[in-house]
Every structure is written in C-alpha cells, then in structure tokens.
Design a protein around this ligand. Sequence first.
Ligand code: PLP
Length: 393
Amino acid sequence: MNTSSFRLANRFVDVKSSPVRDILAVVGREDIISFAGGIPDAELFEAADFAAAFDAVLSQQAARALQYATTQGEPELRELLAARLSRQLPTTADQIQVTSGSQEGLFLAGMALVDPGDVVLVEQPTYLAAVQAFSLAGARLVSVPSDDHGVLPEALAAAIAEHAPKFVYLVPNFQNPTGRTMPASRREQVADILLRTRTPLLEDDPYGALRFDGEPVPPIASLPGMAAQTVLQNSASKIMAPGVRIGWLRAEGDILRALEIGKQAVGLQSAVTDQLAVAHYLANCDLDAHIARVTSAYRVRRDAMVDGLRAVLPAGAEVNRPEGGMFLWVRLGGAVDTAEALPRALAAGVAYVPGWPFYAAEPDHSTMRLSYVTNTPEVIAEGLARLARAFGW
Ligand SMILES: Cc1ncc(COP(=O)(O)O)c(C=O)c1O
C-alpha cells in the first residue's frame, strides 16, 4: 500500500532506475571483478594536474570560483572548448553551452524539444540513460534497425517518414553499448537523409577522442549543412575525469537559447570551481598527451579482453573489436539469457551488464556489454576465467 501522500507525476510511473546503475551498486564488492561500468581507471587520472588546477583556481580566483555565474558557462572555458572543437568543426565560444556532464545535455535536449508523445529515433541498441532522459520528457522512443556500422540509412528514412520524429539521437563513435563506429560513408548517407527531411540530430560524442586504431571520422555535425541542424555533445568524463562533471554542447540558433533556459531551471550553472579548474587544466596541461597515455593502456586492455573472449566463447558467439572507447559487445546467440545468468556470474565473482536494457524495443537477450578500461590485462584474464565458469563455456 502506498502510505505516502506524494502522487508521482505520470512521467515517473513507467521510468525505471537505470539497470546499469543498479548493477553498479552491487558490484562495488572487493571480490567482484567488474566489467560492468564504463569506469575509467583511476590510476590513469592526472590527479596531480587536477590538484594544481583546483589549487590555482581557489588560491588565485576564489571570489569568482565560489560565486554564482552565468548559465552558459565560464568564458575562458568556452573559448578553450571552442578552439578544441574547431579542429573538427569551426566553433565560436558563444556556440558552446557548458553542462554538468553530457548526461545533463541529454536531459536538456529532451526538455527543450519533446512534448509528451513525441517520437525520438534511436539506434538499436542505444545508450540507456539517454532513453531515460528522453522518456522523462515524455518521448516515445522508436529504435531504428542498425548493423555493425550504426543505423541503416533506408530504415532511418522509413522511420522518419513514418514517425516525423522531433530528433534523431546517435552516438557515432565507439557507441555505448556496442563499441561500434559509424564509417564516413554511412555518416554522409545519414546526413543526406536528415538534411532532406529537415530532421534535427543530437550527436553524442563522449568517446571519439579515445581512438586506438584507424583514422578519426569527422562528426556528422561537420558535414555540409549539418552544423545548424545538430546539437553536438562532448564531455570531460572519458578524456579527463567523470568526477568533475563537466560536459559541453555545440549548437546554433534558437535551440541553443532553449537549452540555456532549460539549464537555468535545472541548476542555474555548472560548478564554477570545476569549470575554471578544467579551463586551467586545458590551458596549462597537455590533454592530447594524456589521451595518448590513456588510449595506449586501453588498447592493450581491449586486446586482452577480445583475445581472451575469443579463446573461451562457444561456437556461434560473436564479439567485436572496437577501434576505441570503453566497451565491447558480445552476442552469445541462441536461447542464452544474460540477465538470467548474471546472478551466477556475480556468485563466480565477475560482473557485466546484460544487453537487453539498451534496446528501446525487441531486445536480444543473449547480448552483454563488457567494459575493458577499468582492469589490467591480468585482472581481465581472471575475470574472463570466472565468466567462462559461470556460463559453463
Ligand atoms: C553515450 C553517452 N552519452 C553520455 C554519457 C554521460 O556522460 P557524462 O554525463 O559523464 O558526460 C555517457 C556515459 O557513459 C555515454 O556513454
């Protein structure tokens, strides 16, 4: 019986806590090797550089760092971010909105663009917490059939014609959960369809800088005509540290103003201390060198996990070898249900995230997401041995 006098808004009735965060809550145990979260290895954080950055901010600019500030974000941070983004797409500081992590940007986009019942098109599978953010705004999520290269162009065109979506949400680089990347030719096809149908794009790119192999692929936002039709999101989380909770988005025109007004209502501003510390870090430290260090460690771990999995997976199972990012995707096939098997895996001392929650519709229950970034190759090998025992491979 509900003893509370609070009556939750309808939008909360069907929206569940993220299963990933629920799993993360139980895998904190010392004896569990977790492949579950996209948790950067804390050993790789530039702790001393951040200590120096926060120290400089608080010793030299305390009055400013501890004060209220503008909603759009600190000017020098936006300048530095615009300069960095301009490597891919010409960007000015006034086209940047700072967010408290790119997750906030997803929520703001939902709030700015979605009326209850509006359709948002997503990949199949897609980033779970984006589904959560858009659902809270009342969106109806429709997933577009996708292959190893992302959404299928013909299916995207058909879905746009059928649903007239408010926007399309894509993670073209090293997608969460699958690790897949959309090649340049597919991006061009997608851009053609979006331009022809005047369908806006929310391009979420927290992982793009973490490339281990191959050549970078330009963001869809940078293709001719797309910048004005795209909100492009980046984040400090995967390339610096998630705890600073700094993300940023690039947009043009009315949508930028709407996102800013949304952010006023959500939190007035992102923490000025964190913004100024990230600006100090960007101005005084070598982020590219840090990214090179992180990616070389992650490359070794990816190989350890992919090769280790290929050695134990049963016939018919598939695992990809992502060119960057944090995750890989396993499809066991057949009637295996990875959610049902999770308690056995936890009992064996290893955690992963079942694939089903990442599907807006028609989940493949035999899939799972594994992150290779948190653990060393030795720990990965032990975790895979436990996984093999739990599944009886
Ligand atoms: C695709 C994608 N978008 C957004 C986020 C949110 O990241 P943050 O809010 O830490 O920037 C994540 C985090 O895992 C993600 O995978």
